[in-house]
Write a protein that binds this ligand. Sequence first.
Ligand code: FDA
Length: 503
Amino acid sequence: ADGSHTPAVVVGTGYGAAVAALRLAEAGVETLMLEMGQQWDTPGADGNVFPSMLKPDERSTWLKSRTEAPLGSFLWLDVVNKNITPYTGVLDRVNLGQMSVYVGRGVGGGSLVNGGMAVTPRRSYFEEVLPQVDAEEMYARHFPRANAALKVNHIDAGWFEETEWYRFARVSRAQAAKAGLGTTFVPNVYDFDHMRREAAGEAPKSALATEVIYGNNHGKRSLDRTYLAAALGTGKVTIRTLHQVKAITRQRDGAYVLTVEETDTRGRTVARKQLSCTHLFLGAGSLGTTELLLRARETGALPELSPEIGAGWGPNGNIMTARANHVWNPTGAHQSSIPALGIDDWDNPAAPVFAEIAPLPAGLETWVSLYLAITKNPERGTFVYDTATDRMGLRWTRDQNAPAVAAAKSLFDRINKANGTIYRYDLFGSGARNFADDFCYHPLGGCVLGKATDLYGRVRGYDHLYVTDGSLIPGSIGVNPFVTITALAERNVERVIAQDIAR
Ligand code: FDA
């Protein structure tokens, strides 16, 4: 190391990372956070920090010359994506062969780009997925703590019924009901009071101005306004942005040494550094954390790492689909970008599905009902390290998503049948496709709790090395994952601080 030593380093600034940094700082531990993306607090020429979904510019996308939106086409036309100058933008699509994974880049990680849906999983499924974790303690303490710190709130049911901005959700609810399916309100970290003031013309519009996936300029309580603000408030935490951790080694004295590349906003390397620390927390997300540990194992830098690193990955059963409505059933030219309702058929033993009713805020009537279905797919992928390219690949084939597509199809076939409607085939790129099975928003696993780590995220084979993010969860959690990632990180870091750090 070049002499720069910190007691604790946290890699990344997403959910798991933010929890670790705040709790370490509160315990009095000087903590350095390293984030490859930028701090999103400076307005561009248009006066906004983030671009909207309908007018993406270079701020939208991580170092690519063309945007890569999840809904890539409309009437099969390539009207959605735009050419841009490569820039350290906020949303990345990591293309790993037959699966592409969307992730957020910047201080706040996924919280900058996501839909804010803040769902606590049902306890029976949590127990099925993570049987070694004390569910009693999770549901009594850590889930409530995470929900409070994330500022999770609920939409006003009366306003939901009357506002034009949620007509799309009410239409989908009525159609689900015709098929005998129930819906449930989905809590969110977007401030619903702010949204109501947007609708009333009393607050600057964000959710009601097609902002999501490339950031929200107002209303959303992303991590930079919650956990990370609290962490910085302790005076014990420093965040260095545009700092990408490339490699991890260990010195004789037990300190971890990180090779870090600092870049400019065009992605050019401006400095290469070696930083050392006593305790190292990996919160770079399912892809980022797994890649760092795989590289360390495969290059021999940390040879004692478990063979389980890289295993147990899944896309949380994510499948996107869309239906075409009859002309007498418009979904609305005005749609809030923040989902508020989900179709809950998780108790269906044949094909459990939790489908969030997603907006398609196009600014004009499309008669489209869009959904992100979360299904229960037992298939898992494995990350592998390629020595020649020094990069991580994913062993996952498109046909592994067949069980997820089948589950989504069985639910939406029922809805179509009950309503005399059909799928849309034009929204997911070229060719006729009614199910998007080649990308996900919810990457989970790669360093699974109790396998690659102990039951508290301590990495097997090395002491003072921890995983704190979505890579701990074995591929599926049945609902949108960030509340679970946050609560699990709270549980783990509490134990680690008490046993490994506090004296
Ligand atoms: P997360 O991915 O949040 O953070 C990792 C951070 O580490 C990033 O900031 C990254 O830049 C940084 N990093 C990675 N490698 C690094 C390296 N080598 N060096 C330095 N920094 C590095 N979930 C949900 O519950 N409700 C929802 O509504 C949605 N909606 C949604 C929409 C979209 C478009 C996306 C892409 C995702 C969602 N999600 C979601 C998923 C949710 O955002 C995701 O599960 C969490 O952000 C994962 O949290 P982690 O802490 O695991 O990492």
